[in-house]
Each structure stands twice: as structure tokens, then as C-alpha cells.
Write a protein that binds this ligand. Structure first.
Ligand code: GRF
Length: 196
């Protein structure tokens, strides 16, 4: 069994999709062991309570980001976390934590990377007249939404499509591809452990 932690700042729908995948079928081989959130009002924390998953708030408020991150790093080690999944976590992790968990931090981004990295990706693509939308799962490196791509899926929008419809469809894609990619990563961690 490999252990997953999710880092989220807001709604947490991807966190829930990951937790539910690990709570059912083939995903049961692994455990969603911890949610870390950095905004007190994050709905992700309510979801964790409902799902019975331990949650820990780490404040960045009026605090050196590296200090907050050190708290995150300790929480991950204390919980024996093998893999970290960023799910709407609105912070850039420092090179130190990325390096210490290289290949063991994944992210979901609501665009077809390398197009539209950064915040408000769907909205910016929509405003620019983009017709192809999608989501990408990638490993985290020191850049913003730049690490090696693990999975992606896309669709073409109709000319009359509203932004809200496109957003809903992108989120549906995220909730499908992210849990599958994360289970594959957790399986690979298990296999590697078994081979040692
Ligand atoms: C998702 O669109 C994800 O791709 C992006 O932030 C959003 C988080 O949504 N990184 P949720 O909090 O998982 O509902």
C-alpha cells in the first residue's frame, strides 16, 4: 500500500475524486492518508471531514513561505507519505521540496499543457478564442506547470459553448484522468518498493 497526500487551497473536487478512487475498486490498494490545505475556508477541508480523511491546515499568513513549507514537509514525513498530489493548491513549491520529492509530486492543470500554464487557464484560453480545451496531469518540477506530462485529454468546443459549460467539461475530464494517473504512480511506487 502506498500513501497519498493531497494539497489543496479551495473547492477540492479533485481531492474528492482522488479520495473516492482510492476508496474503491483497484484504488483500494492505496490510501489517501492526508489533506493539507492553506486557506481556512477551503471547502476541501469539509470534504475531508465527510470522507473521514485526516486534514491539516498550514497557514502561510504573515509568514515566510519556506517556514510554512517546512511544516508541510514535516507533516508529509510524519504521515509516511509516498506521493503528493497538488489539486488546486495555489502556491508554487520551493525548489527544495520539489527536489526532495522529485517524481513524487503530481499536479492537475486545466489546459492542454504546454499551452496556457498559470492561473485562470480556461478563461484565458476561452477569451483568446481557443477551441480545444482539456486537462493535463504532470509531475511537478521547479517551473510553473512545466514538469513531465503523464496524461491529458481534450475536446473541441462548439462555437456557441458558454465558458461555464467548458469549465464543467474540463473538470469532468480532470476527475477522470487525475485519479487514474495517480493510481498508476502509486502502483509504480509499490512495484519499486517490492523490487528492492
Ligand atoms: C482545477 O481546475 C485544477 O486543474 C486546478 O485548480 C482547479 C482546482 O479545482 N489546478 P478543485 O479545487 O479540485 O475543485
Amino acid at each position: 500500500m502506498a500513501r497519498l497526500a493531497v494539497l489543496a487551497s479551495g473547492n477540492g473536487s479533485n481531492f474528492q475524486a482522488l479520495a473516492e478512487k482510492l476508496g474503491s475498486g483497484e484504488g483500494r490498494r492505496h490510501q489517501c492518508a492526508l489533506l493539507i490545505y492553506d486557506r481556512r475556508a477551503a471547502f476541501a477541508a469539509d470534504r475531508a471531514a465527510r470522507l473521514g480523511i485526516p486534514a491539516r491546515y498550514v497557514s502561510y499568513y504573515k509568514r515566510d513561505a519556506l517556514e510554512a513549507e517546512a511544516e508541510i514537509a514535516s507533516a508529509l514525513s510524519e504521515s509516511g507519505i509516498d506521493l503528493v498530489a497538488l489539486a488546486g493548491f495555489m502556491r508554487i513549491l520551493s525548489p527544495a521540496i520539489v527536489d526532495s520529492r522529485r517524481g513524487r509530486i503530481a499536479n492537475i492543470h486545466p489546459s492542454l499543457l504546454p499551452k496556457w500554464p498559470g492561473a485562470r487557464a480556461i478563461e484565458r484560453a476561452f477569451e483568446a478564442g481557443e477551441r480545444e480545451f482539456g486537462a493535463t496531469v504532470h509531475l511537478v518540477d521547479e517551473g510553473m506547470d512545466t514538469g513531465p506530462i503523464l496524461a491529458s485529454s481534450s475536446f473541441r468546443s462548439e462555437p456557441h459553448c458558454a465558458l461555464s459549460d467548458i469549465e464543467a467539461r474540463v473538470h469532468e475530464i480532470e476527475h477522470d484522468i487525475y485519479p487514474r494517473a495517480v493510481v498508476d504512480l502509486l502502483d509504480a511506487i509499490e512495484d519499486e518498493r517490492g523490487a528492492r
